[in-house]
Design a protein around this ligand. Structure first.
Ligand SMILES: C[S@@+](CC[C@H](N)C(=O)[O-])C[C@H]1O[C@@H](n2cnc3c(N)ncnc32)[C@H](O)[C@@H]1O
Length: 323
């Protein structure tokens, strides 16, 4: 089975690009709609081709649970660590078809709801349009017109991406399986923009393929044989199909931008980059370059309430297994 997966990956360097193929996807969408029709929850999900596009571990059908479980696990991780709360301003970069917005939209238990504001950014016009039709006014979806050979081949080249989001406005910024599709100049610009829009003291977290942490399962799928600057690529023809980086590079980029407490947590699946915008220049200085010691974390880097839930913590997050 694994060999079959490896062969398929070689034949199909980008599942996302393939998911735009109408004649291939239309029958799958149709079968999926038919199978989902008795179940109200399944009918509310995005079309099957979108779920395939954002990554469902090669399950071309019956991927509903996979699609929903990942974001639910993610929010457990985020809320339990205090990175965000139900009234936070949250930015999701590379939001796809709104998979991570869905639990926020649907959570409604004993008067407890998400009352903050969520903004999703993506290059994919079709998925952004779908999200705009299926989420309420707490959610905002914005389409960026930036070039990507895989995700937006007709987009604008050259100009650095500026997020349509105000400085110092977000309590939490995240990107799941986005850095895995960014070449170095974009990756650095997106991390700079994230820093700009985060409130001082707020946390960002982004999943990434890290060469230092590729476990056996990932190695079965990806070997990243090509180099382009700091990036390790799976395909030269579709460079953004899957991109990996070294741990040192990721930590150095974050530190040079000014992030503090930068950590790279190994998977399962993709690694998780976690960093914080320091509350002040002094705090940034005290936090040091990357991966602060526990005493530095306890002394000055964290604000009072966040000392209770420091970044440095042993538990690994849920497996990030998107494409
Ligand atoms: C693997 S999907 C993950 C989507 C979503 N985060 C999830 O996990 O469901 C990668 C997403 O990143 C988007 N993307 C790729 N390059 C991008 C870029 N330069 N800027 C913004 N979004 C991008 C793609 O359109 C796609 O929706």
């Amino acid at each position: 089975m694994r060999n079959l997966d490896t062969i398929l990956r070689r034949l199909v360097p980008s599942v996302a690009a393939l998911s735009h193929c109408r004649w291939l996807m239309a029958p799958l969408d149709w079968i999926d709609r038919l199978l989902s029709s008795p179940f109200r929850e399944a009918r509310r999900l995005p079309p099957n081709r979108f779920r395939i596009r954002v990554g469902v571990g090669n399950r071309v059908l019956f991927n509903q649970f996979h699609h929903l479980l990942l974001p639910i696990n993610f929010w457990f991780h985020v809320f339990s660590r205090g990175y965000a709360s139900f009234d936070s301003q949250i930015l999701d970069i590379g939001c796809g078809c709104g998979r991570f917005a869905m639990p926020l939209r649907d959570y409604d238990l004993y008067d407890s709801r998400f009352t903050g504001r969520y903004t999703g950014l993506d290059l994919d016009r079709e998925m952004i349009d779908w999200c705009r039709r299926h989420f309420d006014q707490r959610f905002d979806f914005v389409c960026l017109n930036h070039y990507s050979r895989v995700y937006n081949p007709t987009g604008e080249r050259g100009a650095p991406v500026i997020f349509p989001v105000e400085d110092d406005s977000q309590d939490f910024v995240f990107a799941i399986s986005l850095l895995t599709h960014l070449l170095p100049s974009d990756l650095e610009q997106y991390l700079r923009e994230t820093w700009r829009v985060l409130k001082p003291g707020a946390v960002m977290t982004m999943s990434v393929f890290c060469i230092d942490f590729l476990d056996e399962r990932l190695r079965q799928r990806w070997s990243f044989p090509y180099r382009q600057g700091a990036a390790y690529l799976q395909s030269q023809r579709y460079p953004e199909a899957a991109v990996a980086y070294e741990k040192r590079y990721l930590l150095d980029v974050c530190s040079s931008i000014g992030y503090g407490g930068v950590q790279l947590r190994p998977g399962p699946g993709q690694a998780l980059l976690v960093a914080k915008k320091p509350v002040s220049a002094r705090a940034a200085f005290l936090a040091g370059p990357a991966e602060p010691t526990q005493s530095e974390i306890d002394s000055d880097f964290w604000s009072e309430e966040q000392r209770a839930t420091p970044l440095r913590s042993p538990a690994a997050p849920a497996a990030l297994d998107t494409d």
